[in-house]
Ligand binder design. Structure first.
Ligand SMILES: [Zn+2]
Length: 190
């Protein structure tokens, strides 16, 4: 018995084309592009996430939302990216002392589930496009109950946080998703 979540075929091809991603903006731009391609190919929701070596910018894994096609409510982009990175590095802890520091780049603030997944992954840095109410206003996705001091709690656990990176570009993709009329897959349609 097992379950698995796979990336769509187009994502595997796109990852091969990615150059070395030097700056935070380069990394976020690639993540936002993946979120848009995921809508255009109809392979999941408007979310993508990448795990990078923080210092070098080397891409370890890219994840996209696969909830609807995989019939799996936990197949959020962050969980997919973190899990693929852990598989690839053969370690449940992306913060092991014997490896370079890893950074998770996401096109919005993690939801309640992905916040926990981020903390347990061992990641050292989180970079997000935004964290205010815009995503929920534009799309209707429920991000769940988040601790009011979620940023401080990350920092207390040694995870740095950088917010508002290419926010307008990220929101543009959320508007595309809204206008596409695709399913907003909240549990119990909440
Ligand atoms: Zn999530």
């Amino acid at each position: 018995m097992e379950f698995s979540v796979t990336l769509p075929g187009w994502a595997q091809d796109e990852i091969q084309k990615l150059p070395h991603l030097e700056t935070i903006e380069d990394r976020m731009r690639a993540v936002i592009r993946f979120s848009q391609l995921n809508i255009e190919h109809d392979t999941g929701g408007p979310f993508a996430a990448g795990v990078f070596e923080e210092e070098s910018g080397k891409l370890i894994s890219m994840g996209v939302n696969r909830v609807v096609p995989m019939s799996c409510s936990s197949a959020h982009a962050e969980v997919v990216a973190l899990s693929l990175a852990q598989k690839s590095l053969k370690s449940f802890d992306l913060g092991s002392v014997d490896m370079p520091e890893h950074q998770l780049v996401v096109n919005w603030r993690p939801c309640a589930m992905c916040y926990g997944a981020t903390v347990w992954s061992g990641i050292r840095a989180l970079v997000i496009a935004g964290s205010d109410g815009q995503l929920e206003e534009i799309t209707g996705f429920d991000e769940g109950p988040i601790h009011p001091k979620w940023k401080e709690e990350l920092i207390a656990r040694g995870i740095s946080i950088q917010d508002d990176v290419l926010k307008d570009e990220a929101c543009e993709v959320f508007r595309l998703f809204r206008d596409s009329g695709k399913l907003v897959y909240n549990g119990r349609q909440g």
